[in-house]
Design a protein around this ligand. Structure first.
Ligand code: GLV
Ligand code: GLV
Length: 315
């Protein structure tokens, strides 16, 4: 994230960058944060109450991500520490990856690719590699925020898909623009041909997608998760896919991360998995870097952060 680092240098700040190939251990991160005024961290860094209490001198914690479930925001607020994130700039990149996973699963792109290298391609088959059409199908969005709306817009525009959603509050503007309809979680599961998760992760939502949820979905349904791996029970997902209770799945996030390389889901023909790359484009990561750095500068100056998770922090 050089852009953000250049910006911080240009503003006259001293920047210490972790240069290890692997992320720092908790102890290393704790030790290196001692004495720092601000911390720019990644979504795998667990910034819990204990961590914050050991670094009460911090004025800003700036997450290089939109999601901030790795940070104990209440504890930070209590200590007067501003918390920043990087919303908006990664909305399109993330929706694009969800859309890419959806198409890859629906049209068996990855498995078809493998058949060639595995010498299983014997010629054109009238009934081989059959996928699913998306036109006119129903998309269920769990969490119709910025990213959920961006995926809904793609599916609505490209395939005239009907949009169902769950959200903490109704989204009248999106309902009008996308003809989206708010429904209960169970209704969304039962009626959708594609279910895609875009909510912010909270512990109460842990493994929302479990055996019970997968059982309610159509056997021709596709499950897409680009939000957080904690939203699904991976064993239950695997069983639902193996038993044909669910047609396919596209994941950019796994539970846990990283996924072990011999995980059975990785070789299943109806599954496509990417390693948490939804925001990984040159343009998006560079904008995230800049915003994460701006959050630090603004926070140290006690000005509103660009992505301000706890705007009430200074009272
Ligand atoms: C990525 O998962 C993010 O929250 O930015
Ligand atoms: C397929 O390649 C077709 O021509 O239908």
């Amino acid at each position: 994230m050089p852009q953000g680092i250049f910006f911080l240098h240009a503003q006259g700040y001293e920047v210490e960058v972790w240069a290890g190939a692997q992320p720092p251990t908790r102890d290393e991160l704790l030790a290196r944060t001692q004495g720092a005024d601000a911390l720019l961290c990644l979504l795998d860094d667990k910034i819990d109450a204990d961590f914050l209490h050991q670094n009460p001198q911090l004025k800003v914690v700036s997450n290089y991500a939109v999601g901030y479930n790795n940070i104990d925001v209440a504890a930070a607020t209590q200590l007067g520490i501003a918390v920043g994130n990087t919303p908006d700039v990664l909305t399109d990149a993330t929706a694009d990856l969800a859309f890419a996973l959806l198409l890859a699963v629906a049209r068996k792109v990855l498995d078809s690719h493998r058949t060639i290298g595995q010498n299983r391609w014997q010629g054109w088959e009238p009934m081989g590699h059959l996928g699913l059409d998306l036109r006119g199908k129903t998309l269920g969005i769990v969490g119709l925020g910025r990213i959920g709306q961006a995926l809904a817009q793609r599916c609505h525009a490209a395939y005239d898909m009907d949009i169902l959603y769950t959200a903490q509050s109704p989204k009248p503007e999106a309902e009008k623009r996308l003809k989206a309809k708010q429904v209960s979680f169970n209704e969304l599961l039962r009626q959708s041909d594609v279910v895609s998760v875009h909510a912010s992760y909270r512990p109460e939502l842990a493994e929302l997608f479990n055996k019970d949820a997968f059982e309610q979905m159509k056997p021709t349904a596709i499950f897409i998760n680009t939000a957080r791996g904690g939203f699904h029970n991976e064993q239950h997902l695997q069983e639902a896919l193996q038993s044909g209770q669910l047609w396919g799945a596209g994941l950019d996030v796994t539970n846990p991360e990283p996924m072990r390389p011999d995980h059975p889901l990785l070789t299943m023909p109806n599954v496509v998995i990417t390693p948490h790359i939804a925001s990984a484009t040159l343009e998006t990561r560079s904008q995230m870097s800049y915003i994460a750095a701006q959050n630090i500068v603004f926070g140290l100056e006690k000005k509103p952060l660009v992505g301000f998770v706890n705007p009430g922090v200074w009272g």
